[in-house]
Design a protein around this ligand. Sequence first.
Ligand code: NAD
Length: 294
Amino acid sequence: MVETASREGGIAREGQAVGSIRDSVVLNDGARMPWLGLGVYLTRDGREVEEAVKAALSCGYRSIDTAALYENERGVGKAIRESGIPRDELFVTTKLWNNRHGFDSALKAFEESRKRLGLEYVDLYLIHWPSSGAPVIAETWKAFEKLRADGRVRSIGVSNFLVRHLSELLAETGTVPGVDQVEFHPFLLQRDLLDFCRERGIRLEAWAPLVQGTAFDNPLLKGIAARRRKSVAQVLIRWDLQHGVVSIPKSVRAERIRENAQVFDFELSADEMASIDSLDASRRVGADPNHIDF
Ligand code: NAD
């Protein structure tokens, strides 16, 4: 396993090559997280999610990203247990949904998720959205700190937190999140968030790394993909990694799951990275954390 991220206090340099699907990044608490994972949003519990997870594990993925909201934690856990892969080689993320904030409520919600997954511990537990306001989130975060202290969660983090949400959390609490999982792709580069997280040792993780399938016809991306003999999906994922951002593309199709993992045998040049960066238009495909009403 290649050590890719320890030299700068756990933060990968931008432009750093990431070499193999087994490579992981060191989070600010010392835990290791694979650079690539499978996302399972909108994947049905039961056979669909079990087959997607098995397909991913069989081609080398070791990280799965689910959430209480996705209602497929049972299938994720079942596929993981049936894979026979040692638990300590796997990295399972799940998330606290918006209606479970507060200290006691978050502890209870976690236990429900853990039982559905059928796991002794979860590798990464995230606050799904900054939806309840800073005082309530600070209470939730205390529950997260307790879960980590108790060993039921290895790392704790947040999702959909913008700079102002992170600043509030850091001002009110003691533990810096290990991860912030946000919508991130070339049309939503968020330099301010990238810089903020890098300076504070928070690892950014990209959801909708494939722009939820809406950018495959983009001429610039198609041009780079053609020159590299890669797919646009592979270019998008590789762009994340070279920005030092963990990527969790979703697919339920085995051939696409495999394709999305074949991103460790090429490197985008600095010019290609810059031209992809220039697509930034502050454009979201998902909800805006500034205006959350769910
Ligand atoms: P994504 O950008 O990963 O796009 C997924 C879609 O792209 C698939 O449904 C499929 O249609 C298409 N696709 C996948 N691979 C392809 C390929 N090789 N070629 C052509 N098409 C391909 O979108 P996403 O699912 O929204 O994001 C990824 C993961 O991030 C989710 O599954 C979930 O785990 C996580 N997520 C988190 C949040 C959050 O609020 N924290 C929100 C959304 C998603």
